[in-house]
Design a protein around this ligand. Structure first.
Ligand SMILES: O=C(O)c1ccccc1NCC(=O)[C@H](O)[C@H](O)COP(=O)(O)O
Length: 262
């Protein structure tokens, strides 16, 4: 049976080929050479203090369909920043998440905090696109990449000035993530075979991931109690999408998660 990740990867390969035929790689390389400097995504998350929030700009998902009808990505990003998010994650995948690369470029002009391009990165071409659109970081998913490509894209991202956030779900993939040289490591709580999320997955992986890496818990984080569980387990940062995007008042939702609502 084909799982959702296999479907997304197959579609993404078609998309990359089509985008490459519209904008040749040389054009992107020339634009990247002129791009402004990046913001330090890693340092922002590694700073001392309570658990950091990477707030996700996410309209829809394969597991939940449309999450936010009234979707203004720039307004959402501004509100996230003002409410206390440390970094933002911008979904740029169109077919499955209704994101756009343009959202990333628009948000770059509107906020100052570091930005992650959240997509299914399979090719150097997407790293160049990310850098050109104003990303400071990119997501690399161990389950989507073989060892050679994981290491290659990790190194290329760094050469472009981008911070790679390397994510895995299957515990067997941790050794591959470490072998690629990852120092910013995410555990996804969502089992993509069933779409069930389990916060305990990140917590169980905490003592398997070296303490000198910055460790991010991803997906299925809904309440202040969830956040306290992660923080008490020693998780450095959390990536949160749906639970914030479903709230009409994003400022209150962020502050409630962070425990800063006065
Ligand atoms: O969110 C999905 O349904 C999904 C399906 C297939 C592949 C990836 C998927 N999500 C990507 C993510 O990692 C999340 O957007 C991110 O961690 C935030 O999760 P949440 O807070 O549960 O929206």
């Amino acid at each position: 049976m084909t799982n959702i990740l296999e479907k997304i990867v197959a579609k993404k390969q078609e998309e990359i080929a089509s985008r490459r035929s519209l904008i040749p790689v040389e054009v992107l390389e020339a634009a990247v050479a002129e791009a402004p400097p990046v913001r330090d995504f890693f340092a922002a998350l590694a700073a001392p203090g309570p658990i950091k929030l990477i707030a996700e700009v996410k309209k829809a998902s394969p597991s939940k369909g449309i999450i936010r009808e009234n979707f203004d990505p720039v307004a959402i990003a501004r509100e996230y920043e003002a409410a206390g998010a440390t970094c933002l994650s911008i979904l740029t995948d169109e077919p499955f998440f209704q994101g756009k690369l343009e959202y990333l470029a628009q948000i770059r002009q509107a906020v100052n905090i570091p930005l992650l391009r959240k997509d299914f990165i399979l090719d150097t071409y997407q790293l160049l696109e990310a850098r050109m659109a104003g990303a400071d970081a990119v997501l690399l998913i161990a389950e989507c990449l073989d060892d050679c490509n994981l290491r290659k894209l990790h190194n290329e991202a760094i050469e472009l000035g981008l911070t790679p956030l390397v994510e895995f779900y299957d515990p067997e993939n941790l050794d591959r993530v470490l072998a690629a040289g990852a120092t910013l490591i995410g555990v996804n709580n969502r089992d993509l075979r069933t779409f069930v999320t389990d916060l305990g997955h990140t917590i169980r992986m905490r003592d398997k991931v070296p303490l000198d890496a910055v460790f991010v818990g991803e997906s299925g984080i809904y309440t202040r109690d969830d956040v306290l569980r992660l923080q008490e387990a020693g998780v450095d940062a959390m990536l949160v999408g749906e639970s914030l995007m479903r709230q009409p008042d994003i400022t209150t939702a962020v502050k409630t998660l962070l425990g800063t609502l006065s």
